[in-house]
Design a protein around this ligand. Structure first.
Ligand code: IMP
Length: 205
């Protein structure tokens, strides 16, 4: 049975959400920095699946080199697909307008680009890759549909949450509490699917 999972991410928002979703499982979630290691994998893939696999397998290899060959590694590759922008920024969501540009500016740019369009449908996508100690990699994917708003609203979450409106809840993603977001979000659902897959393999209780 696995007792510790390494979550391969430097994104504070993702780490917080992942730890919260997995807290009820009988595993401890660690990050590379908890182990005194650093790695920023080159996301050279063209799909969420490819990039999630790169992150999980590169981190698993680094752990092996450092004598931690028994860890299971999970990685999330995620992003927002905006239909009026041809599903962009998609896999490039982290780099849209540059990684150093504050999200308030990136979100303002998207609202400006969509100013004259009625087509506002969008979705968040999350693919979780899990690199198992045996060398196998498992993938899960989940999405959440929403609508790009006309203004930024809400203080919670991170990234594109302040422009992502959830019609069924009548709220922005950034207006949900951590708990509410994790229950419905792309990442929450994708992680739940991964927990289920690992249970089926007998790797989680
Ligand atoms: P990556 O998976 O490291 O390539 O980065 C994913 C990027 O997508 C993040 O940096 C955010 O910009 C965006 N993103 C992913 N998930 C969320 C979310 O739950 N809310 C808001 N933005 C997100």
């Amino acid at each position: 049975m696995i007792r510790s999972i390494v979550f391969a991410s430097n994104n504070k928002g993702k780490v917080k959400e992942t730890k919260a979703v997995l807290q009820s499982e009988s595993v401890k979630v660690l990050t590379l920095s908890d182990l005194g290691l650093v790695l920023v994998p080159d996301e050279t893939g063209t799909t969420f699946e490819e990039n999630a696999t790169i992150k999980a397998t590169e981190v698993a290899a680094l752990l092996k080199e450092n004598g931690h060959s028994d860890f299971m590694v999970i990685a999330d590759d995620s992003g927002i697909e905006i239909d009026a922008m041809g599903k962009k920024p998609g896999v490039d969501s982290a780099n849209f307008l540059g990684t150093e540009t504050p999200f308030v500016i990136r979100n303002a740019k998207i609202l400006e680009m969509l100013e004259h369009t009625e087509e506002r449908t969008a979705r968040f996508v999350s693919v979780i890759a899990c690199a198992l100690p045996c060398g196998e990699t498992i993938l899960t994917r989940a999405t959440i549909e929403g609508v790009i708003s006309h203004e930024q609203k809400g203080e919670n979450g991170f990234g594109y949450d302040p422009i992502f409106f959830l019609p069924e809840l009548g709220k922005m993603m950034a207006e949900l509490s951590d708990n509410e977001k994790n229950k419905i979000s792309h990442r929450g659902k994708s992680l739940e699917k991964m927990v289920e897959a690992l249970r089926k393999k007998g790797l989680l209780s």
